[in-house]
Design a protein around this ligand. Structure first.
Ligand SMILES: Cc1cc2nc3c(=O)[nH]c(=O)nc-3n(C[C@H](O)[C@H](O)[C@H](O)COP(=O)(O)OP(=O)(O)OC[C@H]3O[C@@H](n4cnc5c(N)ncnc54)[C@H](O)[C@@H]3O)c2cc1C
Length: 415
């Protein structure tokens, strides 16, 4: 596979960029693999990449029912941060953030990781106490976090309106190392890296059944035939419980629509990410100039990649309240993804009661930021048949032991 470099860019510029090599193959499925990953989103592709790179397991297939990155990976608002409350989550997300910091170099693929800072706003005294607690917890875990007052917020993001609004802004936490990345480049970069190491990426192939023998996984049934395998990793986000049910496992996961929208592109006006739990809005500006705005989940359970209009309407009201400067901008596109939400708003990265079957799901509204770290520790779990120390607290048995990792406060925007 040709490497991206100044020389290769210049060479291809002379041939009008018409001679770039394909970034990954489109092979026919083989009859047998050591490991099959179900789901070609960022997490599935990252798992395959690290299986090959770190564990030398290359007889691997990633099976995707649509196109890679067409699920939540290509539908999210790309906020990357690690300022979670509990030690278990903070360490896992910080592991991921550290991998993000070297990801473009590692993959030789520009994932456009931009550490432009993320502010979480506080509008009430209750909010401020909660943010202060999180800031202290983050610092104790070695994670950068600053507490700003209202003036500090305005200095960092001058277009924000802090007072004379329904919920005045009293302050915020700021994680300067946090930011955004280019979502589909992450999927493509991992796909290219995995393919380069021998992984087969099979698109337009839906998994329809999981065969077991004597309590052990034996094969998967797909729309392109039966594929035998020693191990299966389910990394299917909103469809995780559907897939796990194929192996007789009932997952503690609910699937909800989550919507996002982007505006028409404008000149650079906002060079950070702003999130508000209380009035429910989060916003950044993409490198193309579009405002990228995230809404809340629709309360109902659904597998449709769209949601109710009243949800986006409420979000835009909130955005206009803190950014009156945006009030006449036109929204260009709006869409939804299906997010997999656990009762404690934390993920599941775990072995299952079926030997050789592993699950990676429950990332809900906030798993994009975890893509590198999740793939890294899940590959370890599959390769060694035991959890990495960072994902041990996120096993399925926490729902029977009661050792939940409740991140409802930090996981999203009051989702
Ligand atoms: C609107 C929105 C905004 C978000 N904003 C953020 C954010 O700002 N920051 C953040 O960190 N996270 C965010 N998230 C969450 C984040 O997008 C997800 O947690 C993350 O992308 C999940 O990645 P994944 O690889 O597990 O899932 P996906 O990318 O959804 O991949 C799963 C894949 O499995 C495939 N699949 C399903 N069933 C089958 C089957 N039977 N056979 C074969 N393939 C199958 C699907 O087609 C899909 O491609 C947001 C999500 C949404 C929807």
């Amino acid at each position: 596979m040709a490497r991206f470099s100044v020389v290769s860019l210049a060479k291809n510029a002379f041939s009008h960029h018409e001679n770039w090599e394909r970034q990954w193959r489109s092979p026919e499925p083989k009859p047998h693999y050591d490991v099959v990953i179900v789901g070609g989103g960022g997490h599935g592709l990252a798992t395959a990449y690290y299986l090959a790179k770190e564990h030398g397991i290359t007889n691997v297939a990633v099976i995707e029912k649509g196109w890679i990155g067409g699920g939540n990976t290509g539908r999210n608002t790309t906020i990357v941060r690690s300022n979670y409350l509990w030690d278990e989550s903070a360490l896992l997300y910080e592991h991921s953030l550290k991998l993000w910091e070297g990801l473009s170099q590692d993959l030789n693929y520009n994932v456009m990781f931009s550490q432009r800072g993320v502010m979480n706003l506080g509008h009430t005294l209750g909010d401020m106490r909660d943010l202060q607690r999180r800031a202290h917890a983050n610092r104790l875990n070695g994670i950068d976090c600053e507490l700003l007052d209202a003036k500090g917020v305005k200095d960092f993001c001058p277009i924000i309106k802090t007072d004379n609004i329904r919920y005045p802004i009293l302050g915020a936490t700021l994680q300067r190392r946090a930011g955004t990345a280019r979502h589909d480049a992450v999927a493509w970069g991992y796909a290219r890296g995995a393919d380069e190491r021998g992984v087969d990426i099979i698109q337009n192939c839906e998994v329809t059944g999981i065969r077991r023998k004597g309590g052990k996984v034996e094969a998967i049934e797909t729309t392109r035939g039966v594929i035998r395998c020693n191990k299966v990793g389910l990394v299917a986000a909103g469809h995780s419980s559907v897939l796990a049910a194929m192996a007789g496992i009932r997952m503690p996961v609910e699937s909800h629509p989550l919507q996002a929208l982007v505006s028409e592109p404008v000149k650079p006006i906002m060079d950070t990410v702003v999130m508000s739990n209380t009035i429910h809005a989060y916003c950044s500006q993409s490198d193309k100039g579009e405002l990228v705005i995230g809404a809340g989940i629709d309360a109902h359970i659904s597998y449709a990649q769209r949601g109710g209009f009243h949800i986006v309407e409420g979000t835009l009201q909130a955005i206009c309240e803190i950014f009156p400067i945006f009030s006449r901008m036109r929204m260009m596109r709006q869409w939804g993804g299906i997010v997999d939400v656990c009762p404690d708003a934390s993920p599941i990265l775990s072995k299952t009661p079926v030997e050789g079957l592993y699950v990676n799901c429950g990332w809900g509204t906030g798993g994009f930021k975890a893509t590198p770290g999740s793939g890294h520790v899940f590959a370890h779990t599959i390769a060694r048949d035991e959890p990495h120390e960072l994902n041990a607290p996120f096993a399925l048995d926490r729902f029977s032991s009661g050792q939940l990792v409740d991140e409802h406060g930090a996981a999203g925007v009051a989702h």
